[in-house]
Structure formats: structure tokens, C-alpha cells
Design a protein around this ligand. Structure first.
Ligand code: BG6
Length: 470
């Protein structure tokens, strides 16, 4: 349930992620009336600013993000504080003092102890020093701590980071964010499956030929080249977002959909059934032409800007059904879609149909469900056409789609971890991904910017094709 009061300590408060995602999401949570009655936000970052300077920055971020400022901006503005400079185990800066002051204010206002929510919108190298600092200065007790992705970049670095964090925090205090799990279209998968016989009954190898989870992006990487050179598309997207979405699609029904622990257990059990990737058979990496000319890229860089993988989920439900995951930068367009490609029907029309039935969930923006179905082509003759039945989630009566970060921040405030990843789940994801980080990793194949990626990726989808594009 929602506490009466909360202090959100936002590390990286003047950074790109805070400005684009976290601050607008906090605004959304507040404006929807989902924030505790009494709240303060303490921004922490290296920049030397005073409270007023930080408040102006927040105003500029909100204006720039397109959300604008909340209607009660003057009140919100006065709820913002700032602590500049370093924060680590050795050097606590001003944070302990500011937090104590703010706490006192909130106790006076609400009569009870506030929840403390630390939000680490910082690069991964800063996770361990900040966690240690929280421990060293007594700021971790009873607090919840949200970690941005990536929480580790390999099985080994994940284990190391998690061990350091666990010296300070219990698993129940740790909220590892993967904002794809907060997307409306991804959250709707549970309900689509478990509340509809029509879909629930088809959701297995008995009816499904293959599953495609396709996230092409038209974005460039020039403004994040240092990050990209160190990361690449597969590590940035597949082991994190796309594996989690695959888990959501493939999981068994939880015993209780309203019990976070049983939802997590179900999603993460299936991550443990992901077969380690076979880099030779099941992976195609790509690099868009011109990538190496970007300032900051190595002239002989073999970093991947595209990745397509065929993942095998070794559960009774999915044995033999390939999960095809694809993503890349500078592709033909940006969209995000799960497609269940259904097996052909039996009977007299079986060989007369040109398109398979599909169940599609578009999970960009507000989300949309599409069904690819075959009908009689309207007209005098008997012939067949495939068409799409479309349900936009923002057209659902009473619906008011929430953005992924706002949804997840609200969950952290009420202590619901069902859409956060646990150590067990991430360990399984990194273990399945590990072969792609070893000597068998294939070299990326060049592809034309604005295309659907290298031709080679087509073979992974055979005997079907990638449902998007082409
Ligand atoms: C981020 C990745 O986590 O997700 C980016 O680092 C990617 O590379 C982004 O573009 C996609 O997020 P969204 O909100 O556009 O689905």
C-alpha cells in the first residue's frame, strides 16, 4: 500500500536519463494522484547547484520532455532539494544532513516516518560506490533502492555487483528496473492469456509455430557512441529487455496474479528454462554501414548494432518453438511487437491460405493488439484474404494508459516488485546469453542504414519470415 510520506533521493538527478524519463515519470505519478500525500525529492549529482538552481533544471527538463510542469508546480517546486558533489563511502557530502532535515519536515507534516526511495539513475560503474555509501552512512536501513539497467554486463560482473550490493541491502530492498516490463502492451500479456479462453488455449506449442519479439529502431547511436562501443545491441537490448519480454510471453500461469511473489516466481522459472544461446546456429549480428566512421567508434570496430537470435525455451509448453528476437539501430523504422505465428489449420483450406494466423501485441506507446485472420474476400467469388483486427489499448473503456517509468515508480512506492527483476532471474538471463560473449561470438555482418538488417537474419525465421518489414 502507499505510504503516507516518501523521500525520493534521485542520484544522477541532472543527467540525461533523469531528465528524459525519471523526472517526467515522477510528475506523472504525482499528477495522477498516485504519490503519497507528503513527498520530497532530493536531487544528487556532481554539479554544484543550490536548491533554486536544481528547481530551474527540473522545470527545464519537464518543459523539454513535452510533459510540461504539473498544475501545482509552485508546490512541487518547493518539494525539491539538491545535494551536489561526491557521494561515496568515504565522502558522504551533504546527503545525510539534507535527508535528516527533510525527514524531520515530513514527520512534522504526516506524523509518521517517511519511506526512503533511492533511485540510481547513474551509469553502472557508480552502483557499487553509491550502494556502499548508503551503507556506510546509515542511509540504507529500511530504504528501497531502484537500480537502472544494465545491472551487470556479463554473468561475472553481475555476480560481483550483486554481491557488493547485498553487503548493504537485502533482496527485498532492491528494485532492478527493466522499463520494458512496465509497458502497457507487455503488462497486458498476463490478462490476455489468463482472462481469455480464446488466447489462453492457443498459447503453447500445440498452436504456435514460432514467437517473434521484434524491436527495430531507426535511432542513430552517434550521440551515445562511447556507451555503444562498450555495449552493442545484443547486450543493450537482448539480454535485458527482450529476454524479459520473452519471459513474460513464455511463463506458466502464476498461482495468484495479484501476489507479486508468485508472478515473479513464474516469470523467472521460465528464464531458467532458456537454453544457452548457440552463437553459431542461432545468432546473426549486424553493423550498419557507416558505423565505423562515427567519431568515437574504432575504425575496425566489430561492435554489433543489430542482433537477431533464435532462443529455445525448454519447457513442456514451448519445446521446439523458436523464440525469434530481433533489434537494431538505424533500421527501417521504430516499432515494438510480439507476434505469435500460429500453425496452419487442418482441413480443406489448409493449403489455400497465403498468410498464417497471428496474435500480435504492439508494445510501443499505449499498446495495441492485432489479430491476423483469414476471411472470405468480400465480393461475389469465393477467395480468401488475410486482414487485421485491431484493438488499441487506449480505446478500452475506462483505460488511461500510464507510461512505463511512472508505472514502475508507482510499484516501487507501494512495494510491488512483480515487474522488477530479481537476482535469480538476471543470473539466468546472463547465463543464457553468456555464449554470445565468448570466443564463438560471430562477427557482425554489414547492413544498409534504413533497412531491416542483414539478409542472413532471414534464415533464423525460416520456414516463416520476419513478420515486420520485408
Ligand atoms: C534503452 C536502450 O534501455 O531502451 C536503448 O539502452 C533503447 O538503446 C531504449 O533505444 C528503448 O526504449 P523505449 O522506451 O524507446 O522502448
Amino acid at each position: 500500500s502507499l505510504p503516507d510520506s516518501v523521500v525520493i533521493v534521485l542520484f544522477g538527478a541532472t543527467g540525461d536519463l533523469a531528465g528524459r524519463m525519471v523526472l517526467p515519470a515522477i510528475h506523472e505519478v504525482h499528477s495522477r494522484g498516485l504519490m503519497p500525500a507528503h513527498w520530497r525529492l532530493i536531487g544528487c549529482a556532481a554539479d554544484q547547484l543550490d536548491d533554486e538552481g536544481f528547481r530551474d533544471r527540473v522545470a527545464a527538463s519537464l518543459d523539454g520532455s513535452g510533459t510540461g510542469r504539473p498544475a501545482d508546480w509552485e508546490t512541487v517546486r518547493s518539494s525539491l532539494r539538491y545535494c551536489g558533489g561526491t557521494f561515496s563511502a568515504e565522502d558522504p557530502g551533504n546527503l545525510p544532513r539534507t535527508l535528516a532535515e527533510v525527514r524531520e519536515e515530513l514527520v512534522a507534516e504526516s506524523g509518521g516516518e517517511p519511506l526512503v526511495l533511492h533511485f540510481l539513475a547513474v551509469p553502472p560503474v557508480a552502483f557499487t560506490p553509491i550502494a556502499r555509501g548508503l551503507g556506510a552512512h546509515g542511509l540504507a536501513d529500511g530504504a528501497r533502492v531502484v537500480f537502472e539497467k544494465p545491472y551487470g554486463t556479463s554473468l561475472e560482473s553481475f555476480e560481483e555487483l550483486d554481491a557488493a550490493v547485498k553487503e548493504v541491502l537485502d533482496e527485498e530492498q532492491i528494485f532492478r528496473i527493466d522499463h520494458f516490463l512496465g509497458k502497457e502492451g507487455v503488462q497486458t500479456i498476463y490478462v490476455l492469456r489468463f482472462a481469455n479462453q480464446l488466447f489462453g488455449s492457443e498459447w503453447s506449442r500445440a498452436s504456435v509455430d514460432q514467437v517473434q519479439i521484434d524491436v527495430p529502431e531507426d535511432l542513430d547511436v552517434a550521440n551515445r557512441i562511447a556507451f555503444y562501443e562498450a555495449t552493442g545491441a545484443a547486450l543493450d537490448m537482448i539480454v535485458t529487455h527482450l529476454f524479459q519480454v520473452a519471459g513474460q510471453v513464455a511463463m506458466e500461469p502464476p498461482t495468484d496474479l495479484r501476489d507479486p511473489a508468485s508472478v515473479i516466481a513464474a516469470r523467472e522459472a521460465v528464464l531458467r528454462a532458456f537454453r544457452p544461446l548457440n552463437p553459431v546456429e542461432d545468432v546473426v549480428l549486424g553493423q550498419f554501414e557507416g558505423y565505423r566512421d562515427i567519431e568515437g567508434a574504432a575504425p575496425d570496430s566489430t561492435q554489433d548494432t543489430f542482433a537477431a537470435v533464435r532462443l529455445w525455451v525448454d519447457t513442456e509448453r514451448w519445446r521446439g518453438v523458436p523464440f525469434l528476437l530481433r533489434t537494431g539501430k538505424r533500421m527501417a523504422r521504430k516499432t515494438q511487437r510480439i507476434t505469435l505465428v500460429l500453425k496452419p489449420p487442418f482441413g480443406p483450406l489448409a493449403d489455400k491460405l497465403d498468410a498464417p494466423n497471428t496474435i500480435e501485441i504492439c508494445f510501443s506507446g499505449d499498446g495495441e493488439i492485432q489479430l491476423g485472420i483469414t476471411v472470405k474476400t468480400p465480393g461475389p467469388d469465393l477467395s480468401y484474404s488475410s486482414g487485421k483486427a485491431v484493438l488499441e489499448l487506449d480505446d478500452v473503456p475506462g483505460g488511461d494508459p500510464i507510461s512505463p517509468y511512472a508505472s514502475l515508480i508507482h510499484d516501487a512506492l507501494i512495494g510491488d516488485r512483480s515487474l522488477y527483476t530479481t537476482a535469480e532471474g538476471l543470473r539466468a538471463a546472463f547465463a543464457a546469453f553468456a555464449p554470445l560473449q565468448g570466443p564463438e561470438r560471430p562477427d557482425p555482418v554489414p547492413y544498409e542504414p534504413g533497412s531491416w538488417g542483414p539478409e542472413e537474419a532471414r534464415r533464423l525465421a525460416a520456414p516463416h519470415r520476419w513478420m515486420l518489414g520485408e
